[in-house]
Design a protein around this ligand. Sequence first.
Ligand code: NAP
Length: 294
Amino acid sequence: MKIGIIGAGAVGSIIAREFHKLPADKVELTLMAKSARDGFTILEQGVKTFHEIKVHKVSQVTDKFDVLFIATKTPALTALKDTINSITHKDSEIIYALNGMGYDSIFDQGIPGVVYISGQQHDDYIEHYVNQKIILPERQFIYTDKLIELIDNTESVNFELLKSSEFNKMRYEKLLINVGINSMTALSKNTSKIFEDEKTVQLTKRLLTESVAVVNLCNKDKVEIDEGFVDYAMNMYYSYPRDMGTSMYYDVMANKTTEFKYIQQYVHSMKQGYDVDTPVLDIVVTLLAAYEKN
Ligand SMILES: NC(=O)c1ccc[n+]([C@@H]2O[C@H](COP(=O)([O-])OP(=O)(O)OC[C@H]3O[C@@H](n4cnc5c(N)ncnc54)[C@H](OP(=O)(O)O)[C@@H]3O)[C@@H](O)[C@H]2O)c1
């Protein structure tokens, strides 16, 4: 089985490090990114390790993959469309190892994933904080089911690739978690320490409450987010190290395009045709859209 991973950053490198341990007679693994290199370094629990897993320049790859993980950031999806079509076949399973929602239909063979891998790409190494897990919808897959079986049967592989009947709910919850903290850290240009400020806490709660209301009223997946979700999300934010940023915070600090289109804008666009008042979400979306203007 041919497995491809596009993206050798925080998420892609952790998937590659673990899948590289799968039996070579059963899995042929190819890691790809914008540029080629001989491997990557992961910093974990204070220790830096270089992993000699070749990173190929995606535009030079000609293989056709049975399972392809997309672990870039969402702004790369459009640019990669033709390339991905050329390295997949009609039965390929394309797993979106991405945050956000609203891009599922870009590839007919696309499978959404909820990614629990927490890390950050630095200039010359990747810092891995916690988790190595991706949740998929509860469906039958030709290749991915075999991959799951292989992972489960290979003791050295420390990765959870799971299917869950609660997938849709998990996905909306992850989206909402991102709407809350990513918006506040990106717009304040500050890390999780912002939650030491009571006014910021109140504003984040309002943003989350409005976003939960939109999801509950407007989602077509019959998902109902529980009443206690806002407190759950806030407690999660409080538990983060005060100097930890978010992916959107790091993007803004580096003046890069963010994943806003498939996170905040996606939630905002859900309410079209519905009567729901979201003053804080409206401002957040307006400011993030303004940031994206070039
Ligand atoms: N980091 C986290 O903690 C975390 C947690 C959950 C979910 N996520 C989500 O997972 C996704 C990946 O995030 P990440 O943190 O792993 O990103 P990242 O560290 O910034 O890595 C992105 C990777 O994508 C590659 N890439 C970007 N544009 C490309 C293109 N046009 N062609 C080929 N490769 C391209 C980059 O290649 P080069 O290295 O060559 O530049 C890089 O290796 C995002 O949707 C993110 O929101 C991240």
